[in-house]
Design a protein around this ligand. Structure first.
Ligand SMILES: Cc1cc2nc3c(=O)[nH]c(=O)nc-3n(C[C@H](O)[C@H](O)[C@H](O)COP(=O)(O)OP(=O)(O)OC[C@H]3O[C@@H](n4cnc5c(N)ncnc54)[C@H](O)[C@@H]3O)c2cc1C
Length: 325
């Protein structure tokens, strides 16, 4: 084995709430965790201004501030937090091999995957502009719906998640206009009928977004068009919700880990174990249902405990090497 190969007891991939929580628990259990942050240090929450539903912050906190606090907490117990992107893995043997930035090779006794997921957007320039400004574009009704209480919003999407989000928003907002590209829902019958029977949800079929309208700071409406007649029209709204799916960041694990049809990692129910011994998953990379910071943190805790128990059961003589940067 080459001297340049580093050996670690517990490698954590990802620096969102799942990764940092796993790190806090692993570090406090003397597992000497090494955590790679990836290209989005702090994860998805760094793209939002207000986090009001994470326990322990009665006055709310900005996403970037919260993630710095989590990083500091993980570092305080000795987590080795590093900059780097995991480009390849090989989970075919007893020792799990991981490559950082295509060059550095690490051999790990345990790996905790916390690579999260990315919300899909339409890709319109105006949508991205107000998303980046934090001015009324969102891909998470549970996270941001509260900010649009007693207001009118537009939601794009036609699947089960879109139906769920529209229904959630309908309880907060005066009106939800739902834009459905085809002449029917993709959602299951039961979810679709729930939406259809909600009085303050208006469904516009064969309708797509032409432009998100705003005053330069915040969203003021949506210009939509009927894709059959090509007729354009404007809908006043203060919020634009996109519910067209998420892409889990799991491509590098294909061929080793069991993934569902969307790419979410399949865990053993009630645990964070994957189909490979010693490889655990936490957070949104395995969660297409809840997708919240607190649930990601919860499964991060579970992953560290599962990894710690796995190591204890193995009582291996695997020696941890001095870090090579
Ligand atoms: C705009 C927005 C607002 C939100 N608001 C709220 C809210 O108010 N409350 C709430 O509870 N939830 C909110 N959420 C959801 C919440 O952010 C997620 O549920 C949570 O961040 C998931 O945490 P995670 O640790 O699983 O992954 P993520 O936060 O997605 O982090 C993934 C991490 O993995 C890293 N990574 C990925 N691939 C690799 C790789 N190959 N190598 C190395 N690193 C890698 C990334 O760099 C990143 O650090 C919001 C989401 C968005 C997008």
């Amino acid at each position: 084995m080459s001297d340049t190969i580093e050996k670690v007891k517990c490698l954590i991939i990802g620096s969102g709430p799942a990764g940092y929580t796993a790190a806090i628990y692993a570090a406090r259990a003397n597992m000497a965790p090494v955590l790679y942050q990836g290209t989005q240090p702090g994860g998805q929450l760094t793209t939002t201004n207000d986090v009001e539903n994470f326990p322990g912050y009665p006055d709310g906190i900005t996403g970037p501030e919260m993630m710095i606090e989590l990083q500091n907490q993980a570092a305080r117990f000795g987590t080795d937090v590093r900059d780097g992107w995991i480009t390849k893995v090989d989970f075919s043997g007893d020792i799990h091999k991981v490559w950082v930035n295509e060059t550095k090779e690490i051999h790990c006794q345990t790996v905790i995957i916390s690579t999260g997921a990315s919300a899909k957007y339409l890709g319109l320039e105006s949508e991205q502009k107000y998303l980046n400004l934090g001015g009324g574009v969102s891909a998470c009704a549970v996270c941001d719906g509260f900010f649009y209480r007693n207001q009118e919003v537009v939601l794009v999407g036609a699947g089960d998640s879109a139906a769920e989000e529209a229904h959630y928003l309908s309880k907060l907002c005066t009106k939800v206009t739902m834009l459905v590209r085809r002449d029917e829902f993709r959602a299951s019958k039961i979810m679709a009928s729930r939406v259809i029977n909600t009085p303050n949800i208006e469904i516009l079929y064969n309708t797509e977004t032409d432009e998100v309208l705003g005053d330069g700071q915040v969203v003021t409406g949506v210009r939509a068009y009927n894709n059959k007649t090509k007729e354009k029209f404007e809908i006043p709204a203060t919020g634009f919700f996109v519910a067209i799916g998420h892409k889990p960041n799991t491509d590098i694990f294909k061929g080793f880990l069991d993934l569902d049809e969307t790419g979410y990692i399949i865990n053993v129910p009630g645990t964070t174990k994957t189909n490979i011994e010693g490889v655990f998953v936490s957070g949104d990379a395995a969660d297409h249902v809840y997708r919240q910071a607190v649930t990601a943190a919860g499964t991060g805790c579970m992953a560290a405990l599962d990894a710690e128990r796995y190591l204890a059961a193995k009582e291996s003589d695997f020696e941890v090497s001095t870090p090579v940067y």
